[in-house]
Design a protein around this ligand. Structure first.
Ligand code: OOG
Ligand code: NI
Length: 468
């Protein structure tokens, strides 16, 4: 039997092979990311602190977009066969340059599974009932179109069900499953109906990308890099223009947290169109792009609230300073230096970051009773903290990635109200629970802390610390 994690690793590898063969700039990105990672590993003895180099080198996330709850459930079935589960809810309909989708990310949940292969897929669902984007007639035609198409062949879904049920597949089944799964995410040669695609593109390029064609595709595949600023500069040297800036927290002297990402725009790719008169023509669409990311430490809810507040304040100051003023990174860096813990130790002691804890090897032996609070336990050297890597996404960066690849803003009737969507509704659409990322990190941290405190005999701390 080939276990799910081996299927996941093989799927990620094959997808990367397919994407590299079709999108040459992605291969350049991989080369540069590999160079940068090797350099960081050589100069920094602590380079493996946020993930072993083998994991980081193989690490990718992809993104797909689907049109209906049925398609989302089928995608979820395929990901379940790869040991990937829906985590997090992202609503991208309200951000500036809104897009008519809600999203989740399929990924491994258990730390051992993430260490084996952390492949994840950001998955977006078109919100066809949202009247800000689609009127009743267009909604009906769009849903009828989506109901008629088949993204995933029945054999693929049957094999996926079997893999999930039996926790693996026999080698020949695995081969069939992987071949069909990769094929389902390739760009299809099927002609694009010009009139239908154009009608949807007037509303939103994302709506056209999802509902204007008969298949889905991986629209980017993102490697992880240990120094994203170095990568950004080097891509420019190779003649590949990245978007204006790196999204997420600024580069600064303090701890690396959450996620920093940057991307290059989608490039023209030749596609066949069916014109209104029935003739076939060759044209171009820009639907596949490239992205790279650096991952940092996961934050608690309180830490995330601090991060969000700093981002909002950055926006405010940037708007107030007007053109010709400092860059977003510069404004952010100054705010961070004043308002965010400067060390991992403080991040842990203030309860803003997520860590696993162990009794410190050189802990005090003279004191009878360890203190009852986390800050005391850390400050007095009873515990050591090891960072938990942020495995999820940031809605604002995601919206930025979507936006940077849209030729036009599209149209949205803001006078209407959107269909309400939250993680519960998305869970119902998927037919599987959507995990809350904060709870995953808190459970991992809480379990390690309880073990460490038990080992220290820190009964007072065990009583006072809530495991979250
Ligand atoms: C997904 C964009 C979001 C990220 O890394 O934040 C994303 C998409 O364009 O479909 O991949
Ligand atoms: Ni991405």
């Amino acid at each position: 039997m080939i276990p799910l994690w081996r299927l996941r690793a093989a799927f990620a590898r094959r997808l990367s092979g397919m994407y590299g063969a079709e999108v040459p700039a992605y291969t350049t990105l991989l080369e540069v990311a590999g160079e940068v990672n090797d350099e960081v590993a050589r100069r920094d003895p602590d380079a493996g602190r946020l993930g072993a180099l083998a994991r980081v080198t193989a690490e990718r996330h992809g993104a797909i977009r689907v049109g209906s709850p049925r398609e989302l459930r089928q995608a979820a079935q395929i990901f379940a066969a790869l040991g990937m589960h829906p985590v997090g809810f992202y609503d991208l309909r309200d951000a500036a340059g809104a897009v008519p989708v809600v999203s989740t990310a399929f990924r491994p949940v258990e730390p051992e599974e993430l260490a084996r292969n952390p492949f994840r897929v950001f998955t977006s669902l078109l919100t066809t009932a949202d009247r800000r984007f689609f009127d009743a007639s267009l909604q009906a035609r769009l849903e009828a179109f989506l109901d008629r198409r088949t993204l995933f062949p029945p054999e693929l879904l049957t094999l996926a069900e079997r893999a999930e049920r039996e926790r693996g597949l026999l080698p020949d089944q695995a081969e069939r499953f992987l071949t069909r799964a990769v094929a389902a995410f390739e760009l299809s040669p099927e002609p694009v109906d010009r009139a239908w695609y154009t009608e949807l593109a007037r509303i939103s390029a994302v709506a056209a990308d999802i509902g204007g064609v008969t298949s889905t595709h991986i629209n980017h595949l993102t490697p992880r890099v240990l120094d994203i600023d170095a990568l950004y500069r080097r891509m420019a040297d190779r003649g590949i223009t990245m978007i204006d800036e790196i999204q997420g927290p600024p580069r600064w002297d303090g701890p690396e947290i959450l996620l920093r990402q940057t991307s290059f725009r989608a490039l023209d790719e030749a596609r066949t169109f069916r014109e209104p008169d029935g003739s076939l023509t060759t044209g171009a669409l820009r639907v596949r792009f490239g992205e790279v990311e650096a991952r940092g430490i996961a934050l608690s809810r309180a830490g995330r609230a601090r991060y969000d507040a700093l981002s909002t304040e950055t926006d405010r100051r940037l708007a107030a300073s007007g053109p010709g003023g400092p860059t977003r990174q510069e404004v952010a860096r100054a705010l961070w230096e004043a308002g965010f813990p400067r060390s991992e130790h403080r991040l842990a002691a203030e309860g803003l970051g997520c860590f696993t804890y162990e009794p410190a090897p050189a802990r005090p032996r003279d004191r009878r009773r360890p203190p009852a609070d986390l800050a005391g336990l850390l400050d007095q050297g009873w515990l050591t903290a090891h960072p938990i890597v942020y495995e999820d996404f940031l809605p604002r960066s995601a919206a930025g990635i979507f936006r940077s690849n849209l030729a036009e803003q599209g149209t949205r009737d803001t006078a209407r109200t959107g269909t309400p969507y939250d993680e519960h509704r998305l869970s119902e659409a998927i037919g599987r629970p959507v995990h809350d990322p904060f709870e995953i990190y808190a459970a991992q941290q809480g379990a390690s802390l309880r073990h460490a405190l038990e080992a220290l005999g820190a009964d007072d701390a065990l009583r006072t610390l809530r495991p979250s």
